[in-house]
Design a protein. Sequence first.
Length: 319
Amino acid sequence: MISFKRHAAAIFLPIAAIILIIFWGIPTPSGHSATTQVSAESAFLSDFDKQTLRIGLFYEEEIPTARILALNGEWRVTFQHAPPASQTGPLLSQETSGVIPEGEHLAVQFTPKGILGKLSTGEEFEAGYLRLEISGGEYLDVETSGSNKTHRVYADKLEVTMQAKSLRLVNILSVRSYLLSVVSKTMASSEPEALKAQIAVSRSVAVWARQTRRHALESIDLCDSDHCMEFLGSGEERSLVGLLIDKTANEVLTSHGTPIRPFFHHTCGGRTSSAKDIFGITDTNHLAQEDKIPGKDLENCYHSPAFHWTREFPKEEMI
């Protein structure tokens, strides 16, 4: 067996966490340099942290069933009936409701006639529903039966609807709660200025996604994958991150007064590639740049979990 060990290559990707954010100059039509700045002047952004986001969960996975456990607090579940198959079908009341006591769970299943539900307390909801909304407690544990069977914890509200052949799950929460979860989970550093930078970057991604309506057809603002920004749920919030979110409320990265979509990475390898090199797009906000600290070589990313990597090859593959 032959092993190769080397430093990680540097690319711009919206993945995991950022160890250090560096703000650089942006070429302007006049040939001068305008600095990417943090701004909260727009009326749209004046209360952005208080606005609500819809986050699509388990993006691009087919979920035939899910188990939703009330980890903390009592949760109220509201079932919205699917319309009758024909105009002569019986009209049902608009909503049916139930309660998930703390420690109990609700199992939901996709069927052609609608969503079915069953509480671990024995109550069944078999009329075939179009939509469920679950709210009121503190934390839910969601286990899906998709290809990547997963347990994740969520807070605020959970919505369950139907798509072509699957359930669709959406976490409805405030921008502040979203930032608190995303930054707490993806940014291991306790350095306040680095956390402030990551908060501004993450908020900028959310603003960009809302303004461009990239997931409008799916009735969500962002997905939970790297396609938008990785969101692995709640439950590991850090008080320092919450404090810094409040101190940087509504601040985003802008270029010439317009919020940008910032790409970021957790490992620089000493040099960052341009957006054109990686994505094939011309973006003057993301130019190739040396990331070395003068006299200290590659220490910007030395503590990244991907700074060193190893790959092993069987001998027969090397012949």
